[in-house]
Design a protein around this ligand. Structure first.
Ligand code: B12
Ligand code: SF4
Ligand code: SF4
Length: 297
């Protein structure tokens, strides 16, 4: 009953889907180990540091028994607030229960938990695909020790013989189905990679300034089901949706912070976004020390 009530509250809060996963050892721990050993994580060293917890999410919050997993079809700042509201509702419903919320940043294997919570399957592009809303979703997780009844895992693999995502990737970043070498992925290069680009990396980035969605755009499950969000909390900001690439190359740190504070561009930061913009316009950019203090990129 509590589970039904939590799902109802989740829908009321604006989540597209909510499911409950049991916390147990990650059934795909070996895949994670192999992926890391192959060097596919590039400079994302935090993934190695967090590996033990990703392989056994019970270590993330001792005493936690289940994960309440949510899907939302847009960006995580708003999602974080909603997730806190859902956690508050769980604590109110189960007196004495404790909760911890995670969106993207923590050591939680989010796609695994979403599949275990029955919210969809992991596609060949590694995305969690919900059969009715596709894969343009963000996953939010509330770990809790409240005694909740878990859902059944989503066992089917609805990719079948399709391989559109693997073939469409502009940089052929997939070593195989469900095996992405992040080092060649435009999303990794433009958002997570630390350091300057080599000539090869700059060429791979081509005209992608920030992230890439090709392996989702071509997926039949998105072509059929993905819907643009109507949620006002996620309305696109024109300065982010269509930034002036030429300006970004020369923008100083102060100006960057003024314009992009609180946006996803702060993840690569001023240096990273200038580097991306320079790769897009393929022109050398002014030496960094002229315009900003050094940081650890
Ligand atoms: C590191 C990371 C990246 C890296 C590496 C991506 C990757 N494919 O691993 C980079 C920077 C490239 C990246 C890119 C993107 N990311 Co990202 N990323 C993460 C992060 C922080 C960790 C993922 C991770 O651990 N990767 C290592 C791999 C080995 O683990 P895994 O992805 O969990 O995969 C497991 C399963 O595939 C499983 N497995 C293997 N074989 C099989 C077979 C079966 C049958 C099953 C069931 C499972 C299974 O084993 C793996 C290990 O447990 C998560 C958030 C989180 N905390 O989990 C977000 C996350 C995965 N990213 C997300 C998003 C949205 C993106 C982008 C779309 C962003 C963009 N537009 O640019 C792209 C998509 C690229 C892609 N096709 O994957 C979302 C995905 C939502 C969804 N619906 O799936 C997440 C969950 C963040 C969030 N909270 O919403 N990301
Ligand atoms: S996000 Fe783009 S570059 Fe990365 S795997 Fe998907 S299609 Fe390839
Ligand atoms: S494009 Fe095809 S193979 Fe790739 S995730 Fe979608 S259904 Fe699966």
């Amino acid at each position: 009953m509590k589970t039904v009530e939590i799902k109802r509250l989740g829908a009321e809060l604006g989540f597209s889907a909510v499911g409950i996963a049991p916390l147990e050892r990650n059934p795909h721990a070996a895949e994670l180990d192999r992926w890391l050993a192959d060097g596919h994580a590039g400079t994302m060293t935090y993934l190695k540091r967090q590996a033990e917890k990703r392989k056994d999410p019970r270590l993330v919050m001792p005493g936690a028994k289940t994960a309440v997993v949510t899907l939302t079809n847009d960006y995580h700042d708003v999602l974080g607030e909603r997730l806190e509201q859902l956690a508050t509702a769980i604590r109110a419903l189960v007196p004495g229960a404790t909760t911890r919320c995670y969106v993207d940043a923590g050591p939680v294997p989010e796609r695994e938990l979403a599949q275990l919570a029955g919210l969809g399957w992991i596609g060949k592009n590694m995305m969690l695909i919900h059969p009715e809303i596709g894969s343009f979703t963000f996953i939010g997780v509330v770990l809790t020790d409240a005694g909740l009844e878990p859902d059944l895992p989503f066992e089917a693999d609805r990719c079948g013989t399709c391989r559109r995502c693997l073939d469409a990737c502009p940089t052929q970043a997939f070593a195989g189905p469900r095996d992405l070498d992040a080092r060649a992925c435009i999303s990794y290069l433009t958002i997570e990679h630390r350091g300057e680009f080599t000539a090869t990396q700059a060429a791979q980035v081509d005209d992608w300034l920030f992230g890439c969605d090709v392996c989702q755009d071509v997926c039949p499950w998105n072509v059929s089901f993905a819907r643009e969000t109507l949620d006002p909390g996620f309305a696109p900001r024109p300065d982010i949706a269509r930034p002036d690439v030429g300006q970004l190359v020369t923008m100083d740190e102060h100006d960057f912070e003024r314009r992009y504070d609180g946006t996803p561009f702060t993840r690569p930061g001023h240096r990273g976004m200038r580097r991306n913009a320079a790769a897009v316009v393929l022109t050398p950019y002014p030496p960094l020390h002229d315009v900003e203090r050094g940081d650890d990129l």
